[in-house]
Design a protein. Structure first.
Length: 251
């Protein structure tokens, strides 16, 4: 590790990744924003899914001040975060065949909706099956993943494929296999993961693009405002009423 404090080096690594994503994924971000805008304009609903720490970026765009009110979390019990006991259960469930199909079959998703699937490695059965089944149901799928895993690791899905192979649009987070940006002679393993920073930024970039795209079409984007600003609750109440049949986290 070169000169600089570990904090400085982590910030440098994260900023470098963000710059790469901004420059190299610009066309895909524009396309993903347009896909979400198309879905909203056509009366569809928006969903986001992620397992383990990938769920953090999915949750970050659900019921979020400044975000699209129509973005719903597609939750899989036991894999949404690290609040399950033991924490390793979530990782185990990501490898269970059939789980994604059961979740989709009992969820409110329908043809014409859009689903964002976030999985850093994209190699486990759950995200691969989620994308396969969602497209079979007529959903449009955006995958947010590190494409490097497909070149450097082996799929854990029976098909031998990765999340990236079953998406309408793929956003590559550029995260290196192992998700650790720093090394130090005195520490035996790489450390300091940046995937949450980069993936959350990708998601917010897509949300911003979708909102602007809708406005360009003459459609007011269904945005939420902070409840901590004057008039915020009233604003949100109007949006929730207007789009209530497409918002599922309030039920």
């Amino acid at each position: 590790m070169s000169d600089g404090t570990p904090a400085d080096l982590f910030f440098d690594a994260a900023i470098g990744l963000l710059q790469r994503v901004r420059d190299e994924e610009a066309a895909s971000i524009t396309a993903a924003g347009a896909l979400l805008a198309d879905t909203v304009a056509a009366g569809g609903r928006l969903f986001a899914f992620g397992a383990g720490h990938s769920s953090l970026a999915a949750q970050d765009v659900v019921y979020r001040a400044g975000g699209l009110a129509l973005m719903n979390l597609l939750a899989v019990p036991g894999v949404v975060g690290v609040d399950v006991t033991p924490a390793t259960l979530g990782s185990a469930l990501e490898r269970v065949d059939g789980l994604a199909g059961a979740v989709l079959d009992t969820s409110p998703v329908r043809a014409g909706d859009a689903l964002v699937i976030i999985s850093l490695s994209g190699r486990n059965a759950l995200p691969v099956e989620m994308a396969l089944n969602a497209r079979a149901l007529g959903l449009r799928v955006i995958g947010v993943t590190s494409v490097a895993y497909a070149a450097e690791t082996k799929s854990r899905h029976a098909s031998g494929t990765f999340l990236k192979d079953h998406c309408d649009i793929v956003l590559d987070s550029k995260i290196a296999v192992g998700d650790a940006e720093l090394t130090l002679d005195t520490i035996p393993a790489p450390f300091a993961p940046a995937s949450t920073v980069v993936t959350s930024a990708l998601m917010q970039a897509v949300m911003a693009t979708a909102a602007a795209d809708l406005a360009d079409r003459g459609i007011e984007p269904p945005l939420l405002r902070s409840g901590n600003v004057d008039g915020g609750h009233e604003w949100n109440g109007r949006v929730m009423t207007e789009y209530g049949d497409r918002i599922f986290y309030r039920r």
